[in-house]
Structures are given as structure tokens and as C-alpha cells.
Design a protein. Sequence first.
Lengths: 271, 273
Amino acid sequence: MPVRETGSVKEWQRRTGRESLFHWVLWLIGIAIFAYCWQRISESTTWFFVWDAPRIANDIWTRATPPRWEYITQLGKPIWDTLNIATLGTIFALILAVPVAFLAARNTTPSAYLIRPIALLIIVSTRSINSLIWALLLIAIIGPGVFAGVIAIAIRSIGFCAKLLYEAIEEIDTTQVEAITATGASRWQVMAYGIVPQILPAFAGIAVFRWDINIRESTVLGLVGAGGIGLQLSSSLNVLAWPQVSLILLVILAAVVISEWVSAKVRGAII
Amino acid sequence: MSAPAFDVTTQIGKPWKKPPFVQNPLLRWGLLAGFIAYLIAAYMTIDVNWARVYEGLERGKQFVLAFTSPDFTSRSGDIYDGMLESIIMTVAASVVGIAVSIPIALGAARNVAPLPIYLICRGIIAISRALQEIIVAILLVAIFGFGPLAGFLTLSFATIGFLSKLLAEDIESMDRVQAEAIKASGASWTQWINYGVQPQVMPRLIGLSIYRIDINFRESAILGLVGAGGIGATLNTAFDRYEYDTAAAILILIIVIVMALEYISGIVRARVQ
């Protein structure tokens, strides 16, 4: 125990001298890095705008309130599109994620040295790129519209769903698989009766969880032109129609809260 | 799941059938019918321009091929600046976000904070979680002007919602005994937090912080689309100009950095836990 003696008094300390020096140096390096980053940010900031910000914020607030409620009649179709993007995107993603997950799980992959790394690469690369970037890319390839949004959401969700699913597959109870194998079942029968029933609850949970996230993400996909309520948001922003913007933000907020509530209820019912 | 009532005499001689996932048959078929009806309705309302999609396949092929020969050199200056800005935003926002979210997490834990503070902190968390990064970024760019400051503030704000919520849950489920022992020794409130609570939640805090740095970097890549700084602006320009090889180079860099961060976070989490 690190104890310092000053005269006859023994004082308890949390760390030894060497340890506290090490901590001190680490903190110094951390603060230096942060100071450098802050300096870079501050260099490329127009500070006049920042000092002016409270006035601008106040100005935007007065322009945006009250929301233009009658505009809500035009938001029905965009909301439906948003729902479609999220739901169809999730379905496509699940269809694609299931084989990837089986290839990536250690206990079901056909080849741990060749195929598993490829499956893991698919998982990492689809997960690390945001759905807005996928949407940008798909709009350049297949043109703007809801379809690009569906595909963007689908690609982005593969990695997430496959990662959670393959972790569930790796955690299954092997005794059940052995029991099915002992009855003389083929490889596919073992999958269908030994593995699938064990991961089905996890699968349903993942599907609903991802659907909830996808509702969130699809509300903003329109900002780059991939359909949904984001299109209305970006066109309202472009013409500085702040009352419409505030109404759309309220609708998005409601959609997010409702989807979170639905997903919590469904997951509660499954688990 | 409880085992359904099982009568042996009625089952003898019948082949075994897989038990269905949803027990109630009415609910099962109802869900299925509703789902199919929804799919048809969704399919009818989405108008896909198949000719345009078919035309695009050629460009899609070009893009996939661009991954085999990414162009890091011709726009290396822009890529370097954008990446550096993204990383700087990530680091600064993570530091500030984590620093701010620790007191908020303490306030949002019911066993540490009194009710009024609890409600305020939970309110902050709820707002931060409900608003997506890109929408916050749009508003902050409108208020603070273009540049990395808006991105930095957006990411810090988003970090607060994520980290405070998970950390508060961890504080609420901590072991009371240790905290009480510290209190019984006559510790002040700050000493109680420092020696009773903090050591219990530290591993989780470190793990979550590193995970959040990872998320912040990924998010910083899109903030440029709305003018909040970072690599997103460069990427957007590359797509707009159909420079797929440059876009591929940027995407590869993002993937590599995210993979490296995930690898580091795996090591760190394994060490602290």
C-alpha cells in the first residue's frame, strides 16, 4: 500500500510515486492533444458568427414558431415513403444478413481461414459507412428516389444485423445441436432443427431493434435525395420556410418516439 | 416459453410437427396476412424507374471496379485536410462530450441524485437521443456558420445522450455495499463519488468512451454533407463529379480507420474488464 511518511504521520495515498507520475504524464499528453485540436477548430471558425449566435438562434426561433400546422396534409406520402424505406430496407438487410452471419460464426462457417474473414470484412465495411453515404453513392448509380433509400438502408443494416446474429449463433447451446446430429440428421437438418430454433428469438429482437434505428435514419435520407420526409425537410430549408421546418422536425420526433415505443413493446413480448 | 399442454394419447401415431414461433393461430395468421398486405401496398406505392436502374448498373460496375484501383494521389491534399479535420473533430468532441456526460450521468442516476436533478438530466438525455446528428448539425450550421465548430458541437451533444444514459444505468446497478462502506468511514460527497462509485463504473466508462469515439468518427464523415466540416464535403464532391476512384479511396480510408479503432477498443476493453 502506498504510504507517505511526513515526520511521524503516515498518510495513505491512492498511488505510488511512480504511478502518479505516469498518470500525470498521460494527462499532460491528453490535454496537449486536446489543446491542439481545439486550436485547429478555432482557426477555421469565424468567431464573429459565433458571438452573433444567440441573436441568430433567437431569430430562427421566432421565425420557426408557431409551426405551419396546415402543411401536415402534404406530409402523409413522405411519411409513408419513410416507413417503406425503413421496413423494406430492414427486410432486404435481414435476407442478406442471415447467410453472412452463418458464414461468419465460428461454429457454422464452412472455412474459418478463407470464408470467415470475407464475411467479417463485409460486416465491417457495411457497418462503418453511414447510410447517408450509401445513399449518396446509390443516387449517383441508380438515380434519386425511394428505391435508392431502400437499398442504402439495406446495405447499411447488413453489417449490424449480421454481427449481432453471428454472436448469437456462436453462443448457442451445443448439446441441442449434438442431440439432433445424433439422430442422424444431415447438415441442413441440423441447421433447421438444432440451430435456428435457438437463435429465432434473438433474430426477431435484432430485426425490430434495427427497424427502429432504420426509421430514424430514413427520416434524414431525403437530405441527399433518397426519398422520404427528409426531401420535404431539405426543400423547406432551401427556401428558408422555418415554420414548415419546425413542423417537419416535430413529425420526425413523433415518428422516432413511436417507433422506439413499438420496438420496445415487441421486444418485451418476444423476450 | 412454457411448454404447451401435451397429451400423449392424442399424439401417438401422428408425425411430429415443429411448434410454431407464435402460439396463438389467429394472431399468427393475422400477422402474416397484415404483413403481406403491407408488402403489396408498399410495392404499389414505390415507383422504381427500372430503365434508370438498369442504366445505372454500368456505373455501379465502374464504382466496384474503382475499389480495385483507388486514387489516393490526385486529390491527396483535399483528402488529407478532410481526414485531419474529421479526426480533430472526433477527438475534441469526444473529450468534451465525455467530460460533460459524466456529471449528467451522475445526475441521471436515481441512487445518486435527488428527484429534481434526476428529471432535468433525464430530460437532457432524452432530447439528445431523439435528435439525430445530421439534424442537429443543420441547425448548428445555421446558427454558428459553416465549419468544424458546428460539427464539434453536434458530436459533443450526441455523445452526451449516448454516454450519459448508459453510464447512468451502470451507476444505478452498482454494488451498494462498497459505496456504503465508504460513506460509513465519514467520507464527504465528493470522496464518496470518487472512492465508492467511480471505481465500480470505471471499466464500463472506458469501454463506452472508446466505443463512442468510434461512433463519433463514423458520424464525422457525414457531417460535411451539411457543411459542418470533415471528410464528408470532399466525399460529396467526389460523388458529384463521378470521380469514383477518389470516392473509393476515401471510403477505404474510413473503413480502415474504423477497423483500427474497433481493434484498439477490443484490446482496451479486454484489458479493463
